[in-house]
Design a protein around this ligand. Structure first.
Ligand SMILES: Nc1ncnc2c1ncn2[C@@H]1O[C@H](COP(=O)(O)OP(=O)(O)OP(=O)(O)O)[C@@H](O)[C@H]1O
Ligand SMILES: [Mg+2]
Length: 414
């Protein structure tokens, strides 16, 4: 073990998990070495184990709390106390929100719920590396991600379907980190469309924002099987009342530092949170259908949006015509003339397929490749990202982790 090596320990009774973690560390050549494996349950950890830990003084500990979470979290606290540079990555069964909160308070940087996979372990290490980029600055400071807001002043125009499918398609196309944020705080439905049951919501993040870092952020976020991440709306609408525009502004700025794309499904009303979202957006997509009520509502909110857009890029405000059919009695030209803005994209009408995917909680872009809606949406996402062919592999992102990881532990990798 040379002086550049980051020393780590694995505390875990499950040999499969131990081997998996050790294998990820060994194969990725990240400058980490496993110096100690503690294989006994917590109640059997004795002075000899503690002495071995003291001697190794590991900077990174993978701690499986599986067989006794309460005891495990106490042990995590013991391991972190007096060792401020030490990072503990917790692992084990899915914790209740209360226990998860306790884990964060105990100093657990990340918590990986079972089943532990190669991808989860790699990503947690990846997050550790990026956290340093975001908070300490220096060479690894990244450009903020792009924030795209989807808004429809008329209910049912398709804002949530477009935002959700756009997030999924963007991640699949670009392999970048994409976060879908549901800011329809009263009646948000993105979780439903993704078929996930979130344990936390945007409002929980607001409440704990004063002490949030990337590890704590990760615990509020639900990961969809497609790889897209979700910050959900609260299940109970009453919780939405407490959120102010200022809080939304600060949190969106923070999220842009941690994601390549932040996709926001906005609420229908011009509340302070909605306006703060527009202010933070790189582009606002006004979702409309080709009918008079929908177009009339767009016309009514245009003056305000155009005022806000006057300090932004020319194409900040963009029109997305949803449920489009070439046979519609109102033509695209007429829409453009009425609104005074060109139509950025159209998404075909395909009620059966879109509704079917909503009911099943499976985003249409993932499972219905023949729907004209899917084809249009993929075209839209290509135009948005400037990427036309799916990026093959996200693993390449891990290849340059050695340097930032060493920075985590204040090591020079020269
Ligand atoms: N391109 C489309 N073709 C056919 N039906 C669509 C299309 N897009 C959306 N829909 C249907 O319109 C309905 C509303 O969609 P969605 O919930 O995405 O809209 P919304 O603007 O978010 O509505 P809300 O006002 O409830 O927030 C859904 O039942 C969906 O099936
Ligand atoms: Mg909606």
């Amino acid at each position: 073990m040379d002086s550049q090596t980051i020393k780590s320990a694995i505390i875990c009774t499950d040999s499969d998990v131990r081997n998996l973690v050790a294998k990820v560390i060994a194969e990725d050549d990240l400058g980490i070495e496993v110096g100690l494996e503690v294989v006994v349950p917590f109640h059997e950890i004795n002075d000899s184990h503690l002495e071995q830990l003291r001697q190794l003084n590991p900077e990174l500990i993978f701690l499986d709390v599986g067989d006794d979470p309460v005891m495990g979290l106490k042990f995590a606290q013991f391991l972190v106390e007096g060792a401020p540079n030490r990072r503990v990555i917790g692992m084990g069964e899915t914790l209740s929100p209360e226990l998860l909160m306790q884990a964060m308070q105990a100093g657990v940087t990340e918590y990986l719920p079972a089943p532990i996979t190669v991808e989860k372990v790699q990503e947690s290490i990846d997050r550790l590396a990026r956290k340093i980029g975001g908070h300490r600055g220096g060479d690894d400071r990244r450009e903020p991600g792009k924030l795209y807001a989807f808004f429809s002043p008329k209910g049912g125009a398709g804002s949530t379907s477009v935002a959700t499918n756009t997030a999924v398609a963007l991640h699949i196309l670009t392999r970048r980190r994409v976060l879908l944020v549901d800011l329809d705080l009263e009646l948000g439905e993105t979780a439903l469309l993704l078929g996930v049951e979130p344990r936390f919501s945007f409002v929980d993040l607001v409440r704990n924002f004063h002490r949030v870092d990337e590890g704590l952020l990760a615990s509020y976020i639900e990961r969809h099987e497609s790889g897209v991440e979700l910050l959900s709306a609260p299940f109970h609408p009453a919780k939405a009342e407490t959120v102010t525009g200022d809080q939304i502004r600060q949190i969106l700025q923070f999220l842009k530092q941690h994601y390549d794309y932040v996709i926001v499904d906005s609420s229908k009303s011009f509340t302070a949170p909605t306006l703060a979202t527009f202010e933070q957006a790189d582009a606002v997509f006004l979702v409309t259908n080709v009918n008079l009520p929908s177009l009339r509502n767009i016309t009514r909110c245009l003056p305000l949006l155009e005022r806000m857009g006057s300090v932004k890029d020319d194409d900040w405000l963009r029109i997305l015509v949803n449920r489009y059919q070439p046979s519609d009695p109102i033509t695209l030209k007429e829409i453009e003339k009425t609104l005074g803005i060109s139509v950025f994209w159209t998404l075909s009408n395909d009620f059966e397929a879109v509704m079917g995917s909503i009911n099943q909680g499976k985003p249409i872009v993932l499972h219905d490749h023949s729907s004209p809606y899917t084809k249009d949406l993929k075209g839209f996402v290509s135009a948005l990202s400037g990427v036309s062919e799916p990026t093959k592999d996200s693993k390449g992102l891990l290849s340059n982790l050695g340097r930032p990881l060493k920075k985590i532990f204040n090591r020079s990798s020269a």
